[in-house]
Design a protein around this ligand. Structure first.
Ligand SMILES: N[C@@H](CCC(=O)N[C@@H](CS)C(=O)NCC(=O)O)C(=O)O
Length: 198
C-alpha cells in the first residue's frame, strides 16, 4: 500500500492526494510536522520536505516525481499519452507548482525571519511572479475536460492554497480563475475534499 507523508496545508501534498484519488490509488496517510524533523520523514527524504510517498520502489519526492509515478502505476490516469498534450499538462503542473514555490518563499520569509530582517523587495519579487503567472492563466485559462490531468489538479491545489494563505489578495479581477475553481469543485467534489486546509 502506498503511504503519503503530508501536511493538510501543503499545496503540493494536496495535489498528490487529489491525483491519487483521481487515479483511484488508495493511500495510507500520515500527517507530519516538518519543523519537528520526524525520523520517518528525514529517513525517507533527506531534504525533510513533504509530500513524500513511500512505495515498494522506495521513497519518492518531490511532488512532480510523485505525480509521474502515480501516472505510471495507474496506467496513465494523470497524463495524456499524446506527447504534445502530455507536455501541455506538465507545463501547467510546473506553472501551478511554481506559483506555490513563490508563495512558500513569501511565507517562509515572514515565518522564519525576525520581523526587522524580513526583506520587502524579496516579498515583492515573489508576489510579482505570482501575479504574472495568475494573469497568464487568466489570459489562457485551461479547459476543464472530463478527463483531468495532473496539470488541472495542480492548478486547483494552487488556487486552494491562495484561498487559504492569501484570501482576498489574489482573485480580484481574476473571475476566470475563481469560476474555474468553482466548476472544478462541482464536477469533482471528491477531490475538493483534499484541498489545502489549516
Ligand atoms: N518542490 C517540492 C516542494 C515541497 C515543499 O517545499 N514542501 C514544503 C511544505 S508545502 C515543505 O516541506 N517545507 C518544509 C521545509 O522546506 O523544510 C515538491 O514539489 O514536493
Amino acid at each position: 500500500m502506498l503511504k503519503i507523508l503530508y501536511s493538510p496545508a501543503s499545496p503540493y501534498s494536496a495535489k498528490v492526494r487529489m491525483a491519487a484519488a483521481y487515479a483511484k490509488l488508495p493511500l495510507e496517510t500520515a500527517i507530519v510536522d516538518t519543523n519537528a524533523r520526524p525520523p520517518e520523514l528525514i529517513d525517507n527524504n533527506p531534504l525533510g520536505k513533504i509530500p513524500a510517498l513511500l512505495t515498494e520502489d522506495g521513497p519518492i519526492f518531490d511532488s512532480r516525481a510523485i505525480t509521474q509515478y502515480l501516472d505510471r502505476i495507474s496506467g496513465n490516469a494523470l497524463f495524456p499519452r499524446d506527447a504534445a498534450k502530455r507536455l501541455e499538462a506538465e507545463r501547467l503542473e510546473a506553472l501551478a507548482d511554481g506559483i506555490c514555490d513563490c508563495l512558500l518563499a513569501h511565507i517562509y520569509e515572514r515565518r522564519y525571519k525576525p520581523e526587522e530582517k524580513v526583506h520587502q523587495p524579496w516579498l515583492d519579487r515573489q508576489w510579482e511572479k505570482v501575479t504574472r503567472a495568475l494573469d497568464h492563466l487568466v489570459a489562457a485559462t485551461p479547459e476543464l475536460p472530463d478527463k483531468l490531468t495532473a496539470g488541472h489538479i495542480a492548478l486547483r491545489a494552487t488556487l486552494g492554497y491562495l484561498d487559504l494563505r492569501f484570501p482576498g489578495q489574489w482573485d480580484h479581477g481574476r473571475a476566470e480563475l475563481r469560476n474555474w475553481a468553482a466548476a472544478f469543485d462541482s464536477r469533482f467534489p471528491e477531490l475538493a475534499a483534499c484541498l489545502p486546509r489549516a
